[in-house]
Design a protein around this ligand. Sequence first.
Ligand code: SF4
Ligand code: SF4
Length: 457
Amino acid sequence: MIDDVNLKKEQKFNFTAVSDECIKCGKCKSVCPIFEISHDETTSPRGFIDLLGAYKRDELELDKTTKDIFESCFLCTSCTDVCPNSLPTDTIIEQIRFDIAKKFGIAWYKKAFFWLLRNRKIMDIMAKMGWVFQTCGLKINHKNQSSKFRINLPIEMIKDRTLPFADRKSFLNSYPENIINNKQQVCVPTQESGNEDKIADSEKLSKVAIFIGCIGNYAYTNIGKSLLYILEQLEIDAFIPKKQLCCGAPAYFTGDFNTVDYLIKQNIEYFETFIDDVDAIIVPEATCSAMINTDWEHFLHDQPNWLKRAKKIAPKVIMATKWLNDNTKLNELLSNKKSKNPNLKLPTITYHDPCHAKKMQGIYKEPRNLLDKNYEIHEMSDPAACCGFGGVTMQSEKYHLSKAVGKNKAKMINETNADIVSAECSACRMQITDSLERTNSDITFKNPIELIAEALK
Ligand code: SF4
Ligand code: SF4
């Protein structure tokens, strides 16, 4: 993780300084998903770092070949996690993507997508239109929350592809802004007057805001619904900030820094209006959470005023399972729901650790701790191996790489014979559902928040 890096803060974004710190030990290669499929030093963390150093020293031109190389990184942070010098390969790749976007431009469909992310109201209309017309072009699979094109067009990007589909109404448009669950506030008489009631501070229940993420907002809406159900059971008030925009991750990983700048600043200004009124902003999505509490600071490293504002918000932005596990009586509630019948077979699950959860935020014990009360966990051979999602470019122009990495993940999930695979990340969900579908697997995907809500019912 970047906070552990041996480099001085200002050098973390300096390609030559990072390159100079690489001792060429090669530890990063064994965990790198792109190296695993390419077996090519140029597309390995060590190779990326070397090439980026050469580029900075003007010894290497940014041409189509180098563009292709730098776009082959999944930004999974596996290399940073094992590097003895904690070199931030992912961070410098994110920086070079900006240079690539400046020199080569951004494909029209990515530009259109990022424009929609900036304009929530238009995105709402597009999602609604998608919901109305999607059955014409898509075969919908409600069990898997997935769909496939009815006509199998010979285009790599969509051929045999399993995708999520838009729900009738987005999560943000389905609920009121404030949901009061704290119906049992404890009232005690004040010392001064026996007639006046006031809520004892120690008995005040929490209030949390929800940052839902774009895929959870438009497609996997049951995640937000389940989170609201859990908060209701815990009697914790929920605040749904209606003006939240995309965290900026898809644009950041693609190098569209204008969009990232816009989204981060809009969100910071908005979050500041309620941050002091909530205990936390909980996020049932690893990538959005890591983007807000870590990558916003990376992006704003040379804008001191905005950096200061982002830093004030970051500590309150936490993945939902982590916050629920550490701050509530959810474990107790789930234990009480445990079946007393020792012969009853619990549903089996296998848990995939999203890169942005375990490697970037150190979160992997908490979801398992909550789930193991009511589910039997069958661990896969390498739960932390990247699923191969990799961002918009990987899912479009480099989809063959995503498919190759996804195949390995699907194999290890199938080997567990679990009923369900779970991960707190909708990007992983998209990728894993697609990869499993190619193997004709019966294993379905659920976010841990959905599984916890089901267990509470
Ligand atoms: S971030 Fe992941 S894909 Fe990229 S170089 Fe590191 S290990 Fe390889
Ligand atoms: S693990 Fe770190 S120091 Fe070793 S080769 Fe990879 S980037 Fe260089």
